[in-house]
Design a binder for this molecule. Sequence first.
Ligand SMILES: C[S@@+](CC[C@H](N)C(=O)[O-])C[C@H]1O[C@@H](n2cnc3c(N)ncnc32)[C@H](O)[C@@H]1O
Length: 215
Amino acid sequence: MDVFWEALYDHFHGKYEPFFMEIYGSIDEHHLERYFRSVAQLSRIEKRIINECYGDILDIGCGTANYFPLLNTQWNVVGIDISEKVIEVAHKMGNTNTMVGNIFSLPHDKKFDTITMFENNIGLAETLEWTKKLLQKLSSLLKPKGQFLIQLSGRVKDKAYAEVELTPIYKGKKWTAFKRINFNKDFLKNLIENEGFSCKIVRGNKYCLFIQAKK
Ligand SMILES: C[S@@+](CC[C@H](N)C(=O)[O-])C[C@H]1O[C@@H](n2cnc3c(N)ncnc32)[C@H](O)[C@@H]1O
């Protein structure tokens, strides 16, 4: 993802160039403006997720954390992202309650009431095996009766899940591909329930919904 982080960093510093993503041979622009939206510009589904949050909150793969001002108003939120460059941008945007780190190596000493994964971030586990490990990690980071909320897009209809490869295209060049896993919503719900959570799917629009899972 190095080039995605670089593109966000460039965009923030006023050096905008379009960023494209190739998936299954089809190329689409991935609009970086979305990571710099104001609270008023957040989508309805993002606001609905934020509405469900309470207490001590951990946001996984927070990126620029542009939605933090809304989460910050009442609760105690902290974001984690694997990229130093992205966290530098988050800090410059005033979202200083964010830190560099890999979710898989975050210690369990602090526990949370709510864990959020916006923009399909469950997919960062890349494979089914690592998704199960991620769900176990979430369980270990939650307080008793804690919850997690996953925004789900890029949905899979005709099978349980799809491990996909995305190739970034930036400054006229193809960069190293990275992996993501996309889920069929019902399969993911079962997977989460098998890890001991109670779980519901909250419908949004035809592109996006969210899953709310409670310990
Ligand atoms: C698609 S962006 C989403 C950013 C943000 N949540 C949003 O909705 O605007 C995914 C982010 O996850 C981060 N990420 C990927 N793998 C990670 C990991 N293992 N631990 C923490 N962050 C990770 C990436 O650096 C990237 O910034």
